[in-house]
Design a protein around this ligand. Structure first.
Ligand code: FEO
Length: 169
């Protein structure tokens, strides 16, 4: 059985993962408008990953006999005006998500829920990967600067990213 505080923390994080899905959907639209299909694909994979992250916790709360409460999802804002700025926002967002996973683990620690801690370990490792992936694209965009040809080459590269359904927990 899930502790009440733990259950609330999971429900908050489920909401943040769905918000991430929503934010990346909005960013995908930004790249659709620019007709950069590789970036579109990259964000499409990101959208599916965030959905999987949310559903992983959704299933886990049920598995532990808890109650899932779906909260309202905030309107996402794409703040960046260039691909580089959009990726800066993406990295900032992923760093925020990492801080929320850490906070969730702090709650698990506080209520001595070792099962939840072990479950959340997967998310912690995933965040390292997420930040590294985003950081890699961001570094390329910084190198590219205003070189349109190089941007199109990166776009081609991002078109090869595929979604692999994660085995969570
Ligand atoms: Fe679900 Fe991108 O963190």
């Amino acid at each position: 059985m899930l502790n009440e505080k733990m259950e609330k923390a999971f429900n908050d994080q489920i909401n943040k993962e769905f918000y991430s899905e929503y934010l990346y959907l909005a960013m995908k639209s930004y790249f659709v408008e620019l007709n950069l299909q590789g970036f579109v694909n990259w964000f499409d994979v990101q959208v599916q990953e965030e959905h999987a992250h949310a559903m992983g916790m959704y299933d886990y709360v049920h598995e532990r006999g808890g109650k899932v409460e779906l909260l309202a999802i905030d309107k996402p804002e794409v703040e960046g005006k260039t691909p580089l700025e959009v990726f800066e926002q993406t990295l900032k967002h992923e760093q925020y998500v990492t801080s929320r996973i850490n906070a969730l683990m702090d709650v698990a620690d506080e209520v001595k829920d070792r099962a939840a801690l072990s479950f959340l370990d997967w998310y912690l490792k995933e965040q390292v990967e997420e930040e590294s992936n985003v950081g890699g694209v961001l570094a390329s965009l910084k190198l590219i600067g205003d070189d349109k040809k190089a941007l199109l080459m990166l776009d081609k590269d991002l078109a090869t990213r595929t979604f692999v359904a994660p085995v969570i927990g």
